[in-house]
Design a protein around this ligand. Structure first.
Ligand SMILES: [Zn+2]
Ligand SMILES: [Zn+2]
Length: 327
């Protein structure tokens, strides 16, 4: 009897251990599946269906052909200004909003005294409230640690925010984008702890993404750091009239920030491209969302742009100025 009891006891204990282990195994497999699902996902934002596979975003379907984008750069913590321009973008019927980095004010006096991470979050939130798709890349003021934490927090609240430091190619209807979240050493302000990469690495990456699209649609680069341009009309021409952009991006048309004062458009040869002119060679700097004094001698409280990717004639842009203080 005693032996039988011990045998039954042993059997029960083994059964419990086995079930426990089986439970663990099935938990692990569920977790793996969830992680896999997170990498490849579908999101429907404002009637547009996006599919994300690894670092590629594809627009699956849209309600209407709309090739207008609201473009902002360099808010530096001035979230009210982000809200101001975002409301205009929404009213003008843009398809999505692009924010080209420097959301935090790391190196200069902070407008609201907020820590970097909160500046990044409040600026993104001011745009995300519109419900439009928001495409964000970091700048040299956005340290990797704070940017990643801010994006993680904001993504829980807003499914319409897309982090272009992770998504590197956007295959949209009528236009393709390649994001470059990085900047090189030099006069660009990138330092340890920021999105720093060498010029060779930046060029190699951007070029391989640039040539990865299968359709014949136009490809534009989205980057905080601008390309090296030529002369006073260059979108990298600073207040002391020198061209500060990186040579690694010189050959790519696109939307760029960083040199706040060099607001406007140019082509690869240093010619100015004025507003409402269509050009597939456009390099555009929308100006800074934060207050700044510009190469044209004017101080603006904020600046932004709307870019229309016309399917036949190529893209053109319109600048928007904010002249009065709203913060
Ligand atoms: Zn800036
Ligand atoms: Zn910058």
């Amino acid at each position: 009897m005693t032996m039988r009891k011990t045998f039954i006891k042993l059997l029960l204990v083994s059964l419990i251990i086995f079930l426990g282990l089986a439970g663990c195994v099935s938990d692990i497999s569920v977790e793996t599946k969830l992680t896999e699902q997170k990498l490849d996902e579908t999101r429907i934002i404002n009637g547009i269906e996006f599919e994300i596979q690894g670092d590629r975003l594809t627009e699956i379907s849209s309600v209407a052909d709309n090739f207008k984008f609201g473009v902002m750069a360099d808010p530096h913590g001035y979230s009210e200004n982000v809200g101001y321009f975002s409301a205009i973008f929404k009213e003008k019927g843009v398809k999505a909003i692009i924010i080209l980095g420097d959301l935090a004010q790391h190196y200069r006096t902070k407008p609201h005294g907020l820590p970097d991470q909160e500046e990044i979050e409040t600026c993104i939130e001011a745009a995300a409230k519109t419900g439009l798709p928001i495409f964000v890349i970091p700048g040299n003021h956005d340290f990797t640690y704070f940017y990643n934490k801010a994006l993680k927090n904001i993504s829980i609240k807003y499914s319409n925010v897309f982090d272009l430091s992770r998504i590197r190619t956007l295959d949209l209807k009528g236009v393709n984008f390649v994001s470059n979240p990085y900047g090189p050493y030099g006069p660009y302000g990138y330092d340890a702890g920021t999105f720093l990469k060498s010029e060779t690495q930046i060029k190699k990456q951007v070029l391989s993404y640039f040539t990865s699209f299968q359709d014949n649609e136009i490809v534009f680069v989205l980057s905080h750091i601008p390309p090296r341009c030529q002369g006073k009309h260059g979108i990298d021409c600073n207040l002391s009239r020198s061209n500060e952009g990186t040579k690694s991006l010189s050959e790519f048309p696109g939307l760029y920030g960083h040199i706040h004062e060099a607001r406007g458009g140019c082509d690869s040869d240093g010619n100015r491209i004025v507003e409402h002119t269509n050009s597939k060679s456009l390099r555009l700097n929308p100006g800074a969302v934060c207050p700044w004094r510009y190469n044209d001698g004017n101080r603006r409280e904020g600046s932004a742009a709307i870019v229309d990717f016309n399917q036949e004639k190529g893209p053109s842009y319109q600048l928007i100025s904010l002249w009065r203080k709203i913060y």
